[in-house]
Design a protein around this ligand. Structure first.
Ligand code: HAM
Length: 430
């Protein structure tokens, strides 16, 4: 019996695989570190929420008619007869956790970030998986468009830090739950005369979630919708002012953007600002990340009236874009600093080698030895394969004299070092 991973899942490996070199754990760690550092620079603190949440949390807040809730959730009944769901996104869980732990009382303004796994039963293609990781932030407490601008700037700074270029920022405003029904009806009225010509998916959306008709890649639908009414023309004065102020702030910050009247995003909780960052390096699944404002979500989750805005950036898509752009990441060196090699009578040299290795590691040196072979050439080969900077050679003579041979692998220079001077000597070389 040979097991294989489930469809549209991936493994992140210790070495870069030939086919998808971005599935290399060291690259993931590097990108995660850059993200955490940028978040810290902007004053965001980390939150970690469980992978499983009550199903209701997502059904109520993402919205029953959305693609995620209607067909993509991994939902099951647990042994306690609860309906639970592997989280498809991180925003509702973050709001849930902050309410549950009363964080809004002590921190009326709360800026959080997370790096988390999400699960959606999607049909795989490049950049779309059933488990994906998001780098996200949620800024709670401020309704000021300057907060929107900060959140967007954080995402752009992150990509800039990684050297990703050529991405586009698109923004739109979806207004408020009060203004949206009028727009929804206007959109339906516009589409009704040619509804039969719309794609089957478009027709479904006409009934269930009309705004989502705008989010299509179908050429014919796009043509039919070219002159559709625009959300922005249905905004109340306050939403319009918010949207215009955000644009002024982005301009001041030197962040280029485009207003995209068709940008609606797939969550019911959004109000006012929505945005997406796309890259033409990604093919059909071109969204590097997206986000928006959600001024009623906290209250809808049973908390106080606290506005918020955030985003989620796809980790896989970020790594694919880096790969496609040919950007080499400064991944840390994972080779050992020293590699211990034994020669001679194993019953004498091996116990001493095991002890020295333990001391070296305790002192903080990345150190290793070969547990498979006592043969000298095999051990030397292993040291080379691992790319050790120094080797330490311990033979019978050295063991009895209390010394060890220290060899520089690049210059091939070798000298004897007293065992009790080994750690101080290595410190001068590190
Ligand atoms: P989202 O647009 O659904 O937003 O996901 C954010 C990003 O995650 C996408 O732009 C994409 O890069 C990545 N992503 C989503 N689904 C997949 C998938 N199946 N495979 C690979 N990557 C994927 C949210 O989830 C919102 N919670 C973002 C947000 C935070 N809004 C406000 N705060």
């Amino acid at each position: 019996m040979r097991y294989r991973r489930l469809p549209d899942m991936y493994d992140v490996l210790p070495f870069p695989p030939d086919r998808d070199p971005w599935l290399h754990a060291a690259r993931w760690r590097y990108v995660e570190t850059v993200f955490s550092e940028v978040c810290r620079r902007f004053g965001y603190r980390e939150i970690r929420t469980p992978v499983l949440e009550p199903t209701e949390l997502f059904v109520r807040n993402i919205g029953e008619a959305t693609d995620i809730v209607s067909k993509e959730m991994f939902t099951f009944t647990d042994q306690g007869n609860r309906s639970v769901t592997l989280k498809p996104e991180g925003t509702a869980p973050a709001a849930r956790a902050c309410i549950e732990h009363n964080l809004f009382t002590a921190h009326p303004q709360l800026k959080l970030y997370y790096i988390g796994q999400n699960f959606r039963y999607e049909h795989g293609q490049k950049g779309r998986y059933r488990q994906h990781q998001q780098l996200g932030v949620e800024a709670f407490g401020a309704a000021d468009p300057a907060m929107d601008a900060e959140v967007i700037a954080l995402a752009m700074t992150f990509y800039e830090q990684l050297g990703i270029t050529g991405q586009q920022l698109r923004i739109n405003s979806v207004g408020t739950p009060q203004t949206r029904p009028a727009y929804r009806e206007a959109l339906r009225d516009y589409v009704r005369p040619f509804l039969a010509q719309l794609s089957p998916e478009g027709q479904k959306r006409f009934e269930r979630n009309p705004l989502r008709m705008l989010d299509t890649k179908d050429e014919n639908d796009l043509r039919l919708l070219a002159n559709a009414p625009r959300l922005v023309d249905y905004l109340d004065p306050e939403s319009r002012e918010h949207f215009e102020t955000l644009q002024r702030y982005l301009t001041r910050m030197g962040i280029p953007f485009q207003v995209d009247h068709r940008l609606v995003r797939g969550f019911d909780y959004y109000t006012h600002t929505v945005f997406e960052i796309t890259s033409d390096r990604l093919g059909a699944q071109n969204a590097l990340g997206g986000g928006g404002r959600y001024d009623h979500l906290v209250q809808d989750c049973g908390g106080p009236s606290v506005p918020g805005i955030g985003f989620g950036l796809g980790m896989e898509r970020c790594l694919i874009a880096l790969h496609e752009l040919g950007i080499a990441l400064p991944v840390p060196d994972e080779s050992p600093f020293v590699f211990l090699i034994t020669l001679g009578d194993p019953t004498v040299v091996r116990p001493l080698a095991v002890q020295i290795l333990a001391d070296l590691r305790r002192a903080g040196f990345p150190a290793d030895m070969d547990y498979r072979s006592h043969r000298f050439p095999a051990q030397v080969k292993r040291a080379d394969e691992l790319g050790a900077r120094y080797t330490l050679i311990l033979g019978d003579t050295e063991a009895t004299q209390g010394v060890i041979q220290l060899r520089d692998q690049s210059t091939k220079e070798q000298r004897a070092v007293a065992l009790d001077a080994l750690i101080p000597t290595l410190r001068t070389l590190a």
